[in-house]
Ligand binder design. Sequence first.
Ligand code: IMP
Ligand code: MG
Length: 182
Amino acid sequence: MEKGETVQVGDLFFSKFISRDEIRTQVLALAQRINTDLKGKDPVFIPVLNGSFIFAADLIREVDIPCEVSFVKMASYQGLQTGGTIKEVVGLQVSITGRHVVVVEDIVDTGLTMKHLMESFSRMKPASITIVTLFLKPDALKVELSLPYVGFEIPYKFIVGYGLDYNGLGRNLADIYQKADS
Ligand code: IMP
Ligand code: MG
């Protein structure tokens, strides 16, 4: 159901927040910086599924230096640790030892997912690890992370679209929508 700039995703309403054109502009800017900064380094891009699949596809198509791409997914388990979720990296199919790794993430919220992934990848002794994230919610960040490539800093409100979901829905929306105040 769609009325104007508002969409319903599952049981919630969301309002148009960032247009596909604004996203495009930021994706191009990030790709240009990566092309300059990682020239001669033959990076391995590692998009984190599921949320980053559209961002990664758009970003990597604008990368014009030699590179590889390998996807990972984070599996989480409830209840193994008090008050916490333990996340495990699954599916990495290339050796990253000695390589320049670029992790491609849709959104950094608390930062716990990226923190865990950085620690896990560090043990494999890459030459460098860099995070590129399309969105960052600075007010939600709970850990220290180096985030040199951020597309948009956004308020602490839930968003959907451009690969990001609410209960599995909304990934197909081409623009970004923000949860409407209810
Ligand atoms: P973190 O570990 O708290 O940084 O959470 C990161 C993950 O939570 C992201 O990769 C997303 O999958 C999900 N997430 C966080 N905020 C949002 C949001 O506003 N919309 C959709 N997914 C989100
Ligand atoms: Mg994600």
